[in-house]
Design a protein. Sequence first.
Length: 138
Amino acid sequence: MSTELTPACISEATSQGTTPSDDPSSLHRAIYVARSHLALSPIQTTEASSVIKPFLPAPAAKATDAFIRYISSSSSKEGIVDELRDLVIELEGAEEGNEQIEEGLVRSLAGTVFVLEGENEEAVATLTEGAAKSDIEW
């Protein structure tokens, strides 16, 4: 994989706008850009954080910010883990649309942190509880 690929993706996504708006794709794009900064070597947590901060009232932005703080922190991470647990509970029962998309992202980031904390059972429960949202009729 080319070392220029991720910066090019960041540049392209940023050129399309990463400022808060009524269009949910602006949040999704900002999360994509933030996660792309985290994929670089060396990791760019400051840049990732600055992209996501304007969206912070949104649960998906809060989860992304918590994940960034978790991977960049060298001190106690317990408060960040608790924050992600609270976010998962806050979004439980999202019915459809953007809230359901946000719940999926929150659950995946929380599950990642739970695995990194060695909380494998909690990670599996967090990820599987969000997977069966709608009944399938046969």
